[in-house]
Design a protein around this ligand. Structure first.
Ligand SMILES: NC(=O)c1ccc[n+]([C@@H]2O[C@H](COP(=O)([O-])OP(=O)(O)OC[C@H]3O[C@@H](n4cnc5c(N)ncnc54)[C@H](O)[C@@H]3O)[C@@H](O)[C@H]2O)c1
Ligand SMILES: O=c1ccn([C@@H]2O[C@H](COP(=O)(O)OP(=O)(O)O[C@H]3O[C@H](CO)[C@@H](O)[C@H](O)[C@H]3O)[C@@H](O)[C@H]2O)c(=O)[nH]1
Length: 441
């Protein structure tokens, strides 16, 4: 099939590459010339495991091409997938301006009957709105069919999640269009759910809000565990054995970040307010998450007495491991709170420092290794659970610190191994602290 993908961000690029991988002829369009040039050179503009290999493979096979020209791309496509961003507006609702611009670009350049697939996460009713926008501006007399096809990939495992998705949601009022989109995805051998457009749109928000709520729930439990002396890791494990609960997304820590959960929960809350349907559970999900992102700073303040003049090492900046994405990363709030309190912050991330500089700025120092960050530090924060941090030689790392204090915001370090590094103070989230005063002999 001939497919055009609008937007080569995390979703558009992963989708385009995977559709090429299963044999389709894919052309990806972006308005960002630099991105397209990078892609044409066979390089990925984002850090996403496995993506570059498939980019090179499918580009070389001639199934995957890149352009900034909507006119050129749409001349060659029967299926057009929209994967442009839908960021958060100031009032919490989804900002549809990129989609509106995309609709204009499509309307001006579509020259043949097409199926327009909306993969961007959009509030209920947006597909209908887009269709009206498109039809109202069409330059050529063509037939347009719409399909809502929300995306569920996670950053850091985008390719695997696309090739081995749990499900593919196809929302359309046109059985023919729905059949063609199923045909497009058929080689993936993934379960389909066919539904109406509005339900498809809602499935995406409901899924993200549910997962975010699960995280806030376990974080609420974690805070209680700290107060009563229980261990949230065991509590989550014990809960997860119950098939009705499941163990996924019960990892306590410093809260959820990223380009999706924060904005999507707020957008759903906005919809509920717009409809006059109370949904205060979502407000609590957000409130707990806001509190959680400030947790480490509060703990450090309590332990160190004051932040002024203290040196803090931050390990990890991206919102999760295996990505360089800094959108809504907890590290942003943490870095600003620490520096506002007068602390000197030195940070290390395996891949996200470049993007972090653009977001956090030069108020903190970026270095090239965990050891450099830890040198002379009064405390070390684990902010992102990169595997590299688990493998660190902690005895040697603690030796270069001024005070041997670790706040683990992701409960990712091996407690037993840390106990061997005595003296040490180790503060995880929702679990008893490990405080070893004496030097091990
Ligand atoms: N990032 C994720 O993990 C993820 C997962 C599932 C769903 N989503 C949803 O998918 C959508 C895209 O997210 P993303 O993270 O890939 O966004 P992104 O910001 O990484 O990428 C969007 C791309 O679209 C391009 N673009 C904007 N307007 C355009 C136009 N008119 N024509 C061509 N290109 C245009 C931008 O230049 C950018 O490169 C959002 O609605 C998001 O909520 C994201
Ligand atoms: O038990 C957990 C699981 C995740 N997180 C945090 O939650 C955030 C999101 O993590 P994850 O869901 O793994 O990454 P995303 O790439 O943001 O993916 C989510 O958002 C995407 C965009 O909508 C959806 O497509 C995915 O299905 C959904 O998982 C990150 O900050 C994680 O650290 C936790 O704190 N505890």
């Amino acid at each position: 099939m001939k497919v055009a993908v609008l937007g080569t961000g995390y979703v558009g690029l992963s989708t385009g590459i995977c559709l090429a991988e299963i044999g389709h002829n894919v052309i990806c369009i972006d308005i960002d010339e630099r991105k397209i040039n990078t892609l044409k050179e066979g390089k990925s503009p984002i850090y996403e495991p496995g993506l570059e290999e498939l980019l090179i493979k499918n580009s070389s096979a001639g199934r995957l091409t890149f352009t900034t020209s909507h006119q050129y791309a749409l001349n060659h496509a029967d299926i057009i997938i929209i994967a442009v961003g839908t960021p958060q507006s100031d009032d919490g609702q989804a900002d549809l301006s990129f989609l509106e611009r995309a609709a204009k670009d499509l309307a001006e350049n579509i020259v043949r009957d097409s199926i327009v697939v909306v993969k961007s996460t959009v509030p209920v009713g947006t597909n209908e709105y887009l269709k009206q926008l498109l039809l109202g501006q069409l330059k050529n007399k063509v037939e347009i069919k719409m399909v809502s096809n929300p995306e569920f990939l996670r950053q850091g495992s985008a390719i695997q999640d696309t090739l081995k998705a749990d499900r593919i949601i196809i929302g359309s009022d046109d059985a023919g269009a729905s059949e063609i989109i199923q045909e497009m995805y058929r080689p993936l051998n993934v379960p389909f759910l066919l539904t109406d457009v509005r339900s498809a749109e809602m499935i995406k928000y409901a899924s993200n809000a549910f997962l975010a709520t699960k995280i806030s729930f376990i974080n609420g439990i974690a805070n209680l565990c700290e107060a009563v002396g229980a261990d949230v890791e065991d509590v989550a494990k014990g809960m997860g054995y119950d098939k009705r609960i499941g163990s996924a997304f019960l990892k306590a820590g410093i809260g959820y970040g990223g380009s999706c959960f924060p904005k999507d929960v707020k957008a759903l809350l906005h919809t509920s307010k717009e409809q006059g349907i109370p949904f205060s559970l979502l407000e609590e999900t957000i409130a707990i998450n806001d509190h959680q992102q400030e947790l480490l700073v509060g703990k450090a303040l309590k332990r160190l007495g004051e932040l002024k003049g203290k040196k803090i090492a931050m390990l990890g900046l991206s919102f999760k491991p295996e990505t360089d994405d800094m959108r809504d990363a907890p590290s942003i709030k943490i870095a600003h709170a620490l520096t506002a309190g007068g602390a000197e912050v030195t940070a290390y991330d395996p891949v996200a420092s470049g993007n972090a500089r653009k977001v956090i700025g030069e108020v903190i120092t970026y270095v090239d290794s965990a050891f450099e960050a830890a040198k002379g530090a009064d405390a070390l924060f684990i902010v992102t659970e990169w595997e590299e941090f688990r493998q660190l030689e902690f005895e040697a790392l603690l030796d270069v610190m001024k005070q041997r204090i670790i706040f683990d915001g992701r409960n990712c370090l091996d407690e037993a191994a840390l106990q061997e590094c005595s003296p040490i103070e180790y503060y995880p989230v929702g679990r008893p602290a490990v405080i070893m005063k004496d030097k091990k002999v």
